[in-house]
Design a protein around this ligand. Sequence first.
Ligand code: MN
Length: 318
Amino acid sequence: MTKYLKILKKASSVAIFSHISPDPDTIGSTLALRRILMLMGKSVDVFCSDNIPEDYNFLDDAKAYNGKLKNYDLLVSVDVSSSQRLGIYEEMFLGHKNTIKIDHHQTSESFGKQNHVKICSACAIIINDIAKQLKVKIDPVTASLLFMAICGDTGIFRNNNTDEESFKNAAEFLSAGADIRKVYSEFFDKKQANWVRFTSKILLNAVLNDKYGYALLQATKDDYDVFGIDPKNDKIANIPNSYLACGYKVAVLLKEKEDGIHISLRSKNEYDVSQIAMVFYGGGHKNAAGCTIQKSLIRATKEITKAVENYLKEIKNA
Ligand SMILES: [Mn+2]
């Protein structure tokens, strides 16, 4: 048995930490690990520096988050790529003598005393593996949590990271009794009326440029305010993909937030939007990149439009 598993097995009181701006993988994997360790007779608390969004209220276990801090034998982080993503718990975690970091990100910082990093599509896969190694049979609730987690990070098995291992693990969760229909209907398919209005406005105001072949969308501060949408949890990241599917080479989404204009760029095959993001000191992958421009929305829109057009012009002439 590997060292980190021995440490996990030995601990009697454990605190598990999710990352800031929590997503389905960090929440599902944290809560699943909590149940696994509880089945082994341990006392387990779970924490997240940010509030858990209301969307997760359908999970009874989500209520377990952010109780009173105690002294623990062991601290574990799940899905946290860098210590800064522990938010207010960073100092406590770094100062503790017994910590394990469990993560699946490519760019992962070894901030734990023990670091277990396996590159795979979701942390849920690692948690499933841990349960097997510790010989704990996962119950249906745990299976549902892990299914939600893997759906989150694979974009319901559509993102590029979706592989055979993702489907194999999903099949195991289903066998273990995961309520997949509940996860879809209560989480992924559930839309609030205000969110529908919010996204309708974004779609209606999309700028479609057929000369160069790009689409540009904006979520303004006003949109967030008027429709009561939390900018941290606006669930619009996939909207640009629809434009790529109907023939645009590049799709740009600007979000007007407190600290500037957050821009996400998506593209098809040969078009490399990380090159556009780099103009504004951003980065990312070839087909998905991002940057922030600390200017007004009008200014930022002008600048990103110019950069996109310049890039597409260059590609055409190359
Ligand atoms: Mn993840």
